[in-house]
Design a protein around this ligand. Structure first.
Ligand code: SF4
Length: 286
């Protein structure tokens, strides 16, 4: 089946696939054609009819992140998949002078979002903050109480630590861009559910595609998971360069974790130095 989906349907289907993917279900195509399986997760017949169209596209994205996954034993991808667009492919380059307007357009699209359950507990959407032409972008997990109250990312104690980290790199906060995987505060600051993260993250991806940072820094495991498209222990991801959405990606600890365990600050600084090397930055003299 190769019909094009509406953006809304596509987003809904991809969120469901991402949810099951996070639960370890990788042979989705095989299961999706079995109605007894599909009806467990969805009663929307239009979505069910279209699910294999999106599934094959998602399947194209999985092998790099899951080299040992069950995909190795999955049936061959249908021929039609070759002609399908890769939905997460970065957008075409946007001129620096147009990026602020492009970011605003994404914010306008998001609107007073109720696309996932997190909208129920939020006070303010925390869209993102910083320079639309930033060379460096930080991505965290989700807003906390202070961020929810102020509508800005990383403004609490963890935010102060992030500001210090940015200053130590010789940068100003207003010259980088900061955003989160989800834009609404999860209850009790819990980790976002996959369905929530997969619903919200496409807006973050659009922000990244507009800004086109040279370096992305994933703050913590949740950011790394959704930027890389697969789960891995933080220890296995730190200390090397990954790639996501056209940028070099470096994984480090979330500042909130560093507040709980300051002994890891040295390790985090090593990660930031990796980012600085990629950007050609030198630490300011003390
Ligand atoms: S977390 Fe994202 S997708 Fe969910 S309601 Fe908030 S803005 Fe919308």
């Amino acid at each position: 089946m190769t019909q094009r989906l509406s953006p809304e349907t596509e987003q809904a289907v991809r969120a469901r696939i991402g949810y099951f993917r996070d639960l370890g279900v990788f042979d989705f195509y095989r299961r999706a054609v079995n109605p007894s399986f599909v009806t467990v997760s969805d009663t929307d017949s239009a979505v069910i009819a279209a699910i294999d169209t999106v599934t094959v596209t998602v399947r194209e994205e999985i092998p790099a992140a899951h080299p040992d996954s069950a995909l190795e034993n999955a049936p061959p991808m249908p021929r039609a998949a070759a002609s399908l667009p890769v939905l997460t492919e970065p957008a075409k380059s946007i001129a620096p002078k147009d990026r602020a307007a492009a970011i605003k357009a994404i914010s306008d699209d998001l609107g007073n979002c109720t696309r996932c359950a997190l909208h129920k507990g939020r006070h303010t959407i925390v869209f993102g903050d910083g320079d639309p032409n930033a060379r460096l972008m930080f991505v965290g997990e989700g807003p906390g109480a202070d961020e929810d109250a102020q509508g800005l990312p990383f403004v609490g104690r963890a935010g102060q630590l992030l500001n210090n980290m940015i200053a130590a790199m010789g940068l100003r906060r207003d010259r980088v861009y900061i955003a989160n995987i989800v834009k609404c505060r999860p209850p009790q600051n819990r980790v976002p559910e996959p369905i929530e993260a997969n619903t919200c993250a496409p807006f973050l991806f659009r922000q990244i595609d507009v800004i086109q940072p040279e370096v992305l820094v994933a703050l913590g495991a949740t950011a790394a998971t959704y930027l890389l498209g697969g789960k891995n222990p933080l220890a296995a991801l730190r200390g090397r360069i990954h790639h996501a959405r056209g940028a070099k990606l470096i994984v480090t600890y979330h500042p909130a974790y560093l507040l709980r365990d300051p002994r890891q600050k040295k390790e985090a600084w090593a990660d930031l130095q990796l980012a600085m090397a990629e950007l050609g930055l030198k630490a300011p003299a003390k």
